[in-house]
Design a protein around this ligand. Structure first.
Ligand SMILES: [Zn+2]
Length: 291
């Protein structure tokens, strides 16, 4: 099955209320490991990249790597650019072939965010790509983007109007989640998802999921969070498994064994989330066409 436009993966997930994992990869090992997890579970999957990863690997090399791997898997997959406040990088990634972008103009006021998001949606359409939008910044810093300050939360009507005026494909509402690890118990506002979906029925995106309970994930998915971002959990699996192997094998200098250990840990992390979100086995039912 081919690389497909992201709506072919998220429309059915939103309609049937299951979640699709959108996993932030950092290199070829993590890309391979999460694709292997989704393939084994016959699940549709979204691969996403932070702007930091795009800059460190380079957009052309990163896209070629993705495409070479993605064209070989038997599941529908799509490539998304996570939080990107910089219009030039949005253009670069759309030109390179990304299927979807999050234009993060949450630092701007809503009127200016709306004006610019309308332009980004028009630009993405020319590439057959889709746009995720947001008006409230997700609390916490992730790959150098964001802030630890509590952001303003607008009434749901403001979100609904933003969705209608911009024509974005999916929306990341502020629901009390945060990037990184939670210090206390997260104070979630799940009803905001229900209210926004009632006003504007488009797929919602869950950011800052690491640290939520299974019940919280399932509840938010049942309310319309069809795209569930996973970033911190991958970083933890990646870094901790390196440490684990090196601590257990202090005298060994055997990169293939180290990498196999890390790959297995990342794959397990992906399998756990895909299984919990309810997308295992869904690849079979999707009728998709190449994007
Ligand atoms: Zn995020």
């Amino acid at each position: 099955m081919p690389v497909v436009p992201i709506n072919q993966i998220l429309d059915p997930a939103f309609a049937e209320r299951y979640g699709v994992a959108a996993i932030n990869i950092v290199d070829d090992l993590t890309l391979d490991a999460v694709l292997a997890a989704a393939t084994e579970l016959e699940a549709p999957l979204i691969i996403q990249t932070s702007l930091k990863t795009v800059k460190s690997i380079g957009p052309k090399a990163l896209y070629s790597m993705w495409r070479a791997r993605a064209d070989e898997v038997p599941i529908p997959v799509s490539m998304h650019l996570d939080h990107c406040p910089d219009r030039r990088w949005i253009t670069t990634c759309l030109e390179a072939g990304w299927n979807s972008v999050l234009f993060d103009a949450s630092a701007l006021d809503v009127a200016e965010n709306t004006r610019q998001t309308i332009e980004v949606v028009a630009e993405a359409e020319r590439y057959g790509a889709h746009v995720e939008g947001e008006i409230e910044s997700v609390h916490g810093v992730e790959d150098d983007i964001g802030s630890d300050e509590e952001g303003e939360i607008h009434p749901v009507m403001v979100s609904a109007r933003f969705i209608e005026e911009t024509g974005i494909y999916c929306f990341a509402p502020a629901i009390g989640t945060a990037h990184g690890l939670y210090k206390g118990k997260p104070d979630l506002k799940p009803e905001r998802v229900t209210e926004i979906v009632r006003l504007q029925p488009i797929p919602m995106v869950l950011h800052g999921g690491t640290g939520l309970s299974e019940e919280q994930f399932k509840d938010l998915i049942s309310r319309g969070c069809a795209k569930v971002n996973i970033s911190t959990a991958l970083k933890i699996a990646f870094v901790d498994s390196h440490r684990e192997y090196l601590d257990a094998n202090p005298g060994k200098h055997d990169p293939p064994s180290l990498l196999a250990h890390v790959s297995e840990a990342v794959k397990k992390m992906a399998e756990y989330h895909i299984g919990m979100f309810g997308s295992a086995g869904r690849a079979r039912a999707l009728s998709v066409s190449a994007g």
